[in-house]
Write a protein that binds this ligand. Sequence first.
Ligand code: NAP
Ligand code: GDD
Length: 343
Amino acid sequence: MTKTAIITGITGQDGGYLAKMLLEKGYKVIGAYRRGATDTFGKLKEHGIFNQIEMVEFELLEFTNICRAITKYKPDEFYNLAAQSFVGLSFEEPIYTTQVDGIGVLYILEALRQFSPETRFYQASTSEMFGFAQEVPQRETTPFYPRSPYGIAKLMAHWMTTNYRESFNLYTCSGILFNHESPFRGREFVTRKITSHFAHLFLGQIDEPCELGNLNAKRDWGFAGDYVELMWEMLQQKKGDTYVISTGKTYSIREFIFEVGKTCGWDIEFKGESEHEIGVDKKSGRILVRVNPKLYRPAEVEQLLGDSSKAKEKLGWTPKVKFAELCKMMIDADIVRAEQGVL
Ligand code: NAP
Ligand code: GDD
């Protein structure tokens, strides 16, 4: 029998990859989106799947609307990918972020409990919950220490997801995913900010260096296309659980810049310190990166590194795309877009 899945955050990076994968598995996919003044379906159209998804209006702050969607479809699986997902913005909009990323998830859980308790639920949790990491590498048992309103709101949602499993016997999963990127990453995030800027620099469409904040931060970067498989896998087990999903390798922002620069034919070296630091192509002397302290965060997560042993053992998963391949995939895609004038 055809399975039905609701995906919230369908217009985001992960929404597109997950929808594509579920459609390939024969699912009926219901895309939960919020109405905007401008078209937000660009990623789904680029994936070539927009016409295969049934869309339903969905706003995380509107309980009635969540209840209607769940009552109407009573889906087999519900993937909650919607969130105010930008950590930097969460310092400027802490209340909104907490309402959407924390309370919004509680609305969904409560609606499932009332109207569709058989639905299997996936919550998009995050390595940001580890924040000021209390252990290296971070695993399911590592104590949490979030460093942003985003991380704190997500931690509330994580515990609600766990609590509804333990209290009401719902099948719920929390996927603690470490950073995952792709050519469909939002341009506000550091990886895509770099690749989109570098694509324009490479083609000579702009001259100004890319302005960035803290270059010391290190992240465990994987490929979004790999990670959505794990979301699905988590909902196919005997019971719900929490899993860390990561590559087990960590790289600094500088290393990401260097790797992306290689595809552009640049050999980038870093000169100066703190707010005076610049990234320069050794051969031409061209300045490609400049630090702007206005982009520093009030509290920073300096390093994330995950241990996915549990997912490997129980879900049989290992990441396929490696760091260098991911960097190349992203810059190649942005160069093509910039050439076509669609970046
Ligand atoms: P994304 O590209 O920023 O997408 C976020 C999605 O949420 C968009 O579809 C957005 O819709 C929707 N949304 C935002 N506020 C909403 C609201 N109030 N009501 C309904 N929809 C709303 O995020 P992503 O990278 O795909 O990540 C997916 C999920 O995984 C997020 O929950 C994120 O926090 C979490 N996560 C991501 C990573 C990562 O590295 N990517 C790691 C760990 C966890 P619009 O298009 O209308 O804005
Ligand atoms: N965005 C951004 N822009 N980040 C910068 C910049 C800049 O100009 N310069 C330096 N950084 C640093 C940030 O300070 C941070 O340490 C690191 O680059 C990564 O920032 P983001 O790409 O914005 O991602 P994030 O790690 O804060 O959050 C992402 O990953 C989380 C999982 O750990 C998001 O996808 C979250 O939604 C996700 O939960």
